[in-house]
Design a binder for this molecule. Structure first.
Ligand code: FES
Length: 357
């Protein structure tokens, strides 16, 4: 019997005004006419709460692109879920934020692409986006929402890390999540362009160490270093099908946001089968759950229940085999492939492949 999920990420829509080249959405985006309706999402939220989910992350795309966002928050709160809105801020007017506050929205995670308009608007592919975002941050602070700043870092903005942390404090955030880009979806297509250098990463770790010390009790700083420079894999999703699940705009239920890249798995939709049945019984959720599926190298490792073999989608993307040990692992034969990739990256030109809808 699997554990029950604690958190659900609801990708309400893949629509987004920004075009970030590091977007983790799939390269084949779901069209608006295939999105779940308000009532269907409300039903998913009730089913999630019945299954044991406590926290609901409303994401996208840009969730504010859904006109019914306030109704969705009301439905989630009625289901008893803690609601967190993950947003670029574009599309959130002051009146809309007030309505979200009245609806009971618990928390906001605001993404930032850079600390200056020039770089932020270039990365987001949206002129004027930075200024709009700063206005939204003011409204968020005035309404008293608990705020986390989400900063996705890569080669072009990692050197601005001190200014990024200072910006979080200036905007009144309680927490900043500094996540070096994870190479899924559109980010994978831009990997060579976005991969930070080892020197940047080493500097960033020192900056974070000092900032954590200096900002104790003022700002919580969470840092996700880039995988490829680690020696040990991370426990992706805390283990496949263990504590969290994702629902895509058309109701497809996934163990992680990139799972659909694994071609031999069939993912079911919550419109066809109850969420609990999918969680407990679907072959896709059971494919990499626990330790039974592991190759010998992982099964005999004393970290098998620490990292659960790492990231299946990464093993597929780099080695072409989703059941191979995560190539980040120093003990894995796939590590040589990853090192060869790293040696080539950094030589890419200046061009981003922007996300397109
Ligand atoms: Fe799918 Fe890591 S992103 S298992």
């Amino acid at each position: 019997m699997p554990d029950l999920p604690l958190a659900m990420l609801a990708e309400l829509t893949h629509r987004c005004p920004l075009m970030c080249p590091y977007c983790s959405n799939p390269q084949e985006l779901t069209a608006r006419d295939r999105e779940l309706t308000t009532e269907q999402w409300a039903d998913v939220f009730r089913q999630a709460a019945d299954l044991g989910v406590l926290q609901l992350h409303l994401s996208g795309g840009e969730p504010a692109s859904r006109r019914d966002l306030v109704e969705l928050v009301i439905a989630a709160r009625e289901a008893g879920l803690y609601t967190n809105l993950i947003t670029s801020g574009i599309g959130l007017t002051e009146a809309r934020l007030e309505a979200l506050n009245d609806a009971g929205l618990d928390h906001i995670q605001l993404s930032v692409q850079g600390v200056r308009a020039e770089i932020a608007d270039r990365i987001g592919g949206y002129k004027g986006g930075f200024d709009r975002k700063m206005q939204v941050a003011d409204h968020i602070a005035r309404l008293g929402f608990p705020l986390t700043l989400n900063a996705v870092m890569h080669r072009d903005n990692l050197d601005d890390l001190p200014a990024t942390i200072a910006m979080a404090e200036r905007l009144g955030a309680r927490r900043i999540e500094i996540a070096c880009v994870q190479f899924q979806g559109w980010a994978l297509a831009n990997r060579a362009r976005l991969q930070p250098t080892r020197a940047q990463v080493d500097r960033a770790k020192g900056i974070v160490r000092d900032a954590v010390e200096q900002m104790k009790r003022r700002l919580v700083i969470d840092f996700v270093p880039p995988d490829y420079y680690s020696d040990l894999p991370k426990a992706c999703m805390s283990g496949w099908g263990s504590t969290g699940l994702n629902v895509t705009p058309d109701g497809t239920v996934l163990p992680c946001h990139a799972a659909q890249t694994i071609p031999h798995l069939i993912f079911e939709r919550v419109t066809d089968r109850p969420l609990a049945a999918i969680w407990h019984d679907s072959p896709a959720f059971n494919a990499y759950r626990g330790t039974d599926w592991m190759p010998d190298l992982c099964r005999s490792c004393d970290r098998r229940e620490v990292d659960f073999g790492g990231c299946r989608c990464q093993a597929l993307a780099i080695l072409g085999d989703a059941s191979a040990p995560d190539p980040v692992c120093r003990k894995s034969p796939g590590r040589a492939v990853l090192d060869a990739l790293l040696a080539e990256e950094g030589k890419a030109d200046d061009t981003y492949i922007y996300r397109r809808t």
